[in-house]
Ligand binder design. Structure first.
Ligand code: PLP
Length: 381
């Protein structure tokens, strides 16, 4: 039996070339939802060892925000807990309205989710198939690629340019049948920008019928403009928003897909449900805090730039990032350095197959980065 997928949906999936086995795997993917153990950032971060760490451990491996939720969000979440016996759908509606206003799109262009992993997976299910590949940058955030492979769709990885942007021309050339073209801006793991004019070119020149999935998980940390105007212009674009990064709510779960209602309808056909009211009310409260984005961008940016100055003074090679993570070329197998750092109780992020001598480091607090510097200098000595 294949639960969750309606008969019409199953028929459509078979028409799109999915086998019965693929369908069962899709159900697995959806059934596990946002907590899917294989494809989310915490699971991917296990490559650099997580779990319950010992006291004093420095955890800079999963692009989390050590600042946590802002006080206004924390207060809103505290105050809603005693009312949590009700579904409180209106809180989700209020969050969607606030977000739509800030993004300059109509309210029905915003679909809230508990984070952005869920809509990312759903977009892979909705727009890729055995003959409609998923196209992404390399190195890039792996969740979409893994979901595509899991359900029997092909993933095509296109190397980043010399300036670490997505190579939009090569991505368009990669497949005339592309189903979903994934742009992560700023990119995870490099923390680098793909210029907005390149994204505009991609949208104008992509294969007919394909959809651009613009993952802006880290956009608030950069000075780049959002891509919401592409959505307001009714382009074939879905934007992923998350409250897991700058807003510090990774464990609390809030996010949204922003796109034309007909595109959003395709991802909702794979099911949806009530959302955690804590995440929704916290996200709504966060959006209403004036200057929060600018303040946090500065706090994290200052710590990142301090670390870059230190690395430059030590002649380490790194990719200049504008985000809360960066890649260092350790000039030897990255896994060795990762393990040596873990032995010093400093947990840095994983290694990407395309760049085996690079490790990804998340920007932590000042104190955490001081410990990182000490451990890293010892490991590299
Ligand atoms: N997209 C990118 C680029 C990420 O790095 C992550 C997590 O690290 C996600 C999406 C998913 O995050 P969440 O489900 O917490 O929104």
């Amino acid at each position: 039996m294949i639960p969750n997928l309606s008969r019409d949906l199953k028929a459509d999936l078979v028409k799109r070339g999915f086998s019965r086995r693929n369908l069962v795997r899709m159900t697995t993917l959806l059934g596990a939802g946002a907590a899917l153990p294989f494809y989310n950032e915490p699971a991917l971060a296990q490559l650099s060892n997580i779990g319950r760490l010992s006291p004093g451990a420095v955890k800079i491996n999963a692009n989390e925000n050590p600042l946590g939720p802002c006080p206004e969000a924390a207060e809103a979440m505290h105050s809603v807990i005693s009312k949590g016996g009700r579904y409180l759908y209106e809180e989700t509606g209020d969050f969607a309205k606030t977000l739509a206003t800030q993004e300059g799109v109509k309210p029905n262009y915003v679909l809230p989710f508990p984070g952005s992993s869920d809509p990312l997976h759903r977009a892979v299910l909705a727009f890729t198939s055995p003959d409609k590949p998923f196209v992404m940058g390399d190195p890039g955030y792996e969740a979409g690629q893994r979901a595509a492979n899991f359900i029997g769709s092909k993933a095509i990885r296109v190397p980043l340019t010399k300036t670490f942007a997505h190579d939009v021309k090569a991505m368009v050339a990669a497949s005339p049948n592309a189903g979903l073209i994934y742009i992560c801006n700023p990119n995870n793991p490099t923390g680098t920008i793909t210029p907005k004019e390149d994204i505009a070119w991609l949208i104008a020149n992509k294969p007919a019928g394909s959809v651009v999935l613009l993952d802006e998980a880290y956009i608030h940390l950069s000075n780049e403009a959002f891509g919401s105007d592409f959505v307001a212009q009714d382009k074939d674009v879905i934007i992923l928003r998350t409250f897991s990064k700058l807003y510090g709510m990774a464990g609390l779960r809030a996010g949204a897909a922003i796109g034309r209602p007909d595109l959003l309808a395709k991802i909702t056909s794979y099911g949806a449900g009530a959302l955690p009211v804590t995440g929704m009310i916290g996200a709504n409260a966060s959006l209403k805090v004036k200057n929060l984005v600018a303040e946090r961008r500065k706090i994290i940016g200052d710590i990142r730039e301090d670390c870059f100055s230190w690395m430059t003074s030590k002649n380490y090679t790194f990719v200049p990032s504008v985000s809360n993570c960066f890649m260092i070329d350790v000039k030897r197998p990255g896994m060795e350095v990762l393990k040596a750092m873990a032995a010093k109780n400093v947990y840095i992020g994983r290694v990407w197959p395309a760049w085996p001598t690079h490790v990804r480091v998340t920007v932590g607090t000042k104190e955490e980065m001081a410990k990182f510097k000490t451990a890293f200098a010892e490991v590299m000595a």
